[in-house]
Design a protein around this ligand. Structure first.
Ligand code: ATP
Ligand code: MG
Length: 250
């Protein structure tokens, strides 16, 4: 597995590399038991999208980045899979945007929180990123959610106006939208509740989206958001893409 993941000429290199990163994160105690299942569902949709950034996903990514750039108080929310798959790149993005990241996990245990904070802190120090890592001490709750999933940080997620939440769960996405936030999600499944609920849905693989955002941030001209953006069209385009992919194979 490690050998295949180290060989960029392998046709499934990217996919194997992502699996490898999850395996490593699992060993460090960063993931919940369901993390690999969630990833597997993502992989299935990615296969149907041709494992590429389709043009409508790129437009959604530009729109999402424009929202982050125009925000008063942008925050990037991180779960275990996001940290495992693109922790360094997400910190890089937060550094360039000048915003905090907040670890916000579905199944919260002190051990997992510690493992995630330690991993992110190591990356932050190794690359000298100037990013505040929030989440260790939640002091607010997202209204409308039960249990520890509602916990968040007041000056982080709670007070944010624009929130990037890769791989969010459907009812939390709904609760965040109900707080009046602009919620930007990355979800390979255009049919999920998260995808349907969000302000902007990037139907694309998380590590590709973050790479695209970092490339856009390094360009001379930054994206501006369009008032004509329509998230339903973004989702429909992804579904059409999958349909065409399947029809072409028949
Ligand atoms: P929802 O709660 O929104 O209805 P769900 O319960 O079906 O969705 P979850 O288990 O909450 O799904 O989360 C997994 C979601 O994350 C899936 O929709 C999957 O397609 C997506 N996903 C998993 N890995 C990635 C990835 N690397 N990049 C983008 N999306 C991913
Ligand atoms: Mg869910």
């Amino acid at each position: 597995m490690v050998e295949i993941a180290a060989d960029p000429t392998h046709p499934r290199y990217q996919s194997l590399l992502m699996r490898h990163r999850l395996e490593e994160a699992e060993k460090k105690g960063m993931l919940a038991g369901s993390a690999l299942i969630a990833h597997g569902r993502g992989e299935a949709y990615d296969y149907l999208l041709g494992e590429q950034t389709i043009p409508s996903a790129m437009s959604a990514t530009e729109q999402a980045l424009a929202h982050l750039l125009a925000a008063q108080h942008p925050v990037i929310s991180l779960n275990g899979n996001a940290v495992a798959l693109a922790g360094k790149e997400l910190l890089h993005l937060a550094d360039r945007l000048g915003c905090p990241v907040e670890i916000n996990i579905f199944y919260r245990t002190p051990e997992r929180m510690d493992a995630l904070i330690e991993h992110l802190s190591e990356l932050k120090d190794a690359h000298s990123y100037d990013v505040e890592i929030l989440g260790a001490q939640p002091d607010a709750r997202i209204p409308g959610l039960e249990g520890p999933r509602a916990n968040c940080v007041k000056r982080g997620i709670f007070d944010s106006d624009v929130l990037l939440v890769p791989l969010e769960d459907g009812d939390r996405c709904e609760a965040l939208m109900a707080m009046g936030k602009t919620v930007l999600v990355i979800d390979l499944n255009p049919l999920s509740r998260t995808a349907q609920m969000a302000s902007v849905t990037m139907v694309d693989e998380l590590s590709r989206v973050v790479e695209n955002m970092n490339t856009l941030m390094a360009a001379d001209e930054l994206p501006e958001f369009s008032n004509e953006y329509n998230n339903e069209h973004t989702l429909q385009d992804a579904l059409d893409h999958i349909k065409n992919f399947l029809t072409a194979r028949n």
